[in-house]
Design a protein around this ligand. Sequence first.
Ligand SMILES: Cc1cc2nc3c(=O)[nH]c(=O)nc-3n(C[C@H](O)[C@H](O)[C@H](O)COP(=O)(O)OP(=O)(O)OC[C@H]3O[C@@H](n4cnc5c(N)ncnc54)[C@H](O)[C@@H]3O)c2cc1C
Length: 461
Amino acid sequence: MSMVMPVIVGAGPAGVRAAEALVAQGLRPVILDEAPRAGGQIYRQPPQGFQRPKQELYGFEHRKADAVHRAMAALLPQVDYRPGSLVWNLEGKTLDVLQDGVSTAVPYTHLILATGATDRVLPFPGWLTPGVYTLGGSQVALKYQGCAIGARVVFMGTGPLLYLVAYQYAKAGAQVAAVLDTSRFADRWAALPGMLRAPGLLAKGLYYMAWLRAHGVPLHSGVRPVAVQGKERVTGLTYRQGARTYTVDCDALAYGLALRSETQLASLAGCEFEYNTRDRNWAPCRDAAGRSSVPGVYVAGDGAAIGGADAAELAGERAAIALLEDINHPHDAQRARGLEARLAANSRVRAALERAFPFPDDWAQGIADDTVVCRCEEVTAGTLRQAVNDTAAQELNRLKALTRVGMGRCQGRMCGAAAAEVLAHACGRSPAEVGRLRNQPPVKPVPVRVVCLERREKVSS
Ligand SMILES: Cc1cc2nc3c(=O)[nH]c(=O)nc-3n(C[C@H](O)[C@H](O)[C@H](O)COP(=O)(O)OP(=O)(O)OC[C@H]3O[C@@H](n4cnc5c(N)ncnc54)[C@H](O)[C@@H]3O)c2cc1C
């Protein structure tokens, strides 16, 4: 058998369980993660030396967090783990990895992408004001650094994270001025039969809501933002509920409209993509085991489709077994089938969750023309709409070429979803029909020097 060099990108629940399955069969994977410690987003660990107990950090999930951390600790002698390593490019079965300011090439024969997800946000007037954070970002501040984004915080958006993070802030001592949900009570009610498939998850959600209410936090549904108040710093949020408009005072706002898979590396690997209607997102095509359309490249966890941490653990292990199958290595076929069955059951629960917290598909239409959509290139919604009117553009990469939307430092990670929504409304097509931004390296910002050196070496070799 030719030499197998498996690489896993991501040391979250999916990446850790994938590594464990490979190590159990005698392989020694490289694990790359830009975070300084393993755990991924949900089980993110604070810096070494921080002393908050796990129960406080991870709440109901503290045992699962501990299990993933312990699993990773046990793997360390048998894997090549490189924390603080950002994979910023992928070309010809080689990853470009930035660690401590130096970029190195990491070749692979087999690649498991377990890159997780990030917040999805849509713009509205004032969203770039200091003091406005994404929901996940506000949680990272609390979980990783033990600090709050403000003393009086409003949480807005939709999805299970909304109530969880508001609860975590309130428990940590911040004043939660309001929780403003863009979904309606009727949405959540309609999703109830589906949610009964996951009574534990449902109970936790209801508990967070009840706890917040019992502690005097106003919870409102069916909300749309009007504008952030304040120039130098957020002083409040004006929002609409039905026909009425309200303003709530705050010194910070956290908002997010569920999560979006991080798929740039799969795109650079040449994986085929398909539109995932449930997640309202383009995602790599994959089979039930996590095989992408490119032989030897596997996708698992939230980076493949939003499924939550438990599903990420299952999918990571399943993808690793697929890798073992593909190299004709011993593997547990029965275990693989069991994992697939559990993943299918989880997928049905996700469908109910999406129904409970639907994406507010009227939001993009209401974005004022002078609101910036792409903050790197300062492209407004009006500029995008004008380009559509002037050129009849109906495809996202065409719009990018015309306006520079998504061409800046973030390469569309922050604005891509919003630009697609604005374009879809402006040209009367669906978000699926307007396509997705073609990904270009670097997938996350790196120093210019790194990219230049890399190019020079490639040209001279
Ligand atoms: C900010 C945030 C907070 C969340 N908090 C919660 C929560 O409290 N409760 C909950 O139930 N769910 C939460 N979720 C969702 C939850 O994190 C996921 O369902 C779960 O962690 C998915 O596991 P995963 O292994 O697929 O990905 P993740 O846990 O996201 O792990 C992916 C890992 O890949 C690494 N990575 C990504 N791209 C690169 C790259 N290019 N180079 C190197 N490394 C890379 C990341 O650093 C990360 O460690 C959160 C999500 C986000 C985005």
